[in-house]
Design a protein around this ligand. Sequence first.
Ligand SMILES: Cc1ncc(COP(=O)(O)O)c(C=O)c1O
Length: 377
Amino acid sequence: MRPTNAVINLSNLKKNYINIRRKVGRAKVMAVVKANAYGHGVKEIVNSLNSLKGSEPEYFAVAICDEAIELRELGIKQPILVFEPFEKSEAENVIEYKIIPTVFDDLHLNILMNAKRKFISKAGREIKIKVHVKVDTGMNRLGIKFDKAAVFIEKLSKNKNFLIDGVYTHFATSDEADKTFANLQLKRFNDLLNELKKRNINYGLAHAANSGAILDMPGSYFDMVRPGISLYGYYPSEETSESFPIYPVMSLYSRVASIKEINKNETVSYGRLFKAKHTTKIISVPIGYADGFARNLTNKAKAIINNKIYNLIGRVTMDRIMFEINDDDVKIGDKVTLLGKGNNLEINAWDWGKILNTIPYEITCSISNRVPRIYKN
Ligand SMILES: Cc1ncc(COP(=O)(O)O)c(C=O)c1O
């Protein structure tokens, strides 16, 4: 096996999940495991959460139908919500695999009704398709606009083909310190729910809270919350509170593969972006941008080796990176921590995020399949 791997700490995952559950009290939890559980490996993440007998997530959520089918094929029994609208070609699978689609227009309802007709003639039994309605309260990405939603949901509630299992919205700024806009979205959603109650419409479970809202907007928990990044041990931004502790689940390790001495003024890697100021030693480490070690970390990332921080030097290449070790007693085979903790040192996805102008979400999702995941309990 290659010496480069991502260690996935399942006990941190469970601690994060339990802390989220504690924080949200009686609300159900829909664990967001899209994008291969934010790069952590969906099979092991869902199995680990489901091992918490009696407090398993009530729902799972993914982005696309293929991810939901993967969960069904893994034997996951909980309801699975798909956030993204489905393609026409996926409608029969939605029904067959008992996947809950997100709906917010007649086009998708019609596609589902057609697929249902075919399904009934095959299966020979009547069914109702469970759906969650997405309401756009200001994100302006997906969903029926909040001021049109009551009419749409009322009409849907009278359609015998469907069962409205949930109604939800998504915050654009719940991870920002200024909650003015998030509170406006919350108010629009609350107004809609009150209107639905007034019209006596059974809308199932109301849900809105992503990690930012779970941390800072207890008024947004409703019947269920939808944590993603906090499960994996990162706060969604540096502006939220840290109102419960969480611990990064993914670490990234490799080993020193080679050591060489270079003279003053010699350069390292493509483009010769590092020039030695003096005679020095450099090591190479077998990971590169094909593994998700972004090329823009060139000359900027750090590594922990034998509990000391070293600077990455020169361009990140597809399969290999280099560090300057000067005269230190580093040996071939020594462990290189690229994301994770040494004794009292730590490099985390925020450190990369600051260099790359991004957030931990993108960092963990980008660690490619070429990097074996090793699961630790
Ligand atoms: C609709 C929806 N809900 C919940 C989440 C989880 O968000 P977070 O990872 O910030 O907790 C996402 C993630 O993007 C999402 O798209």
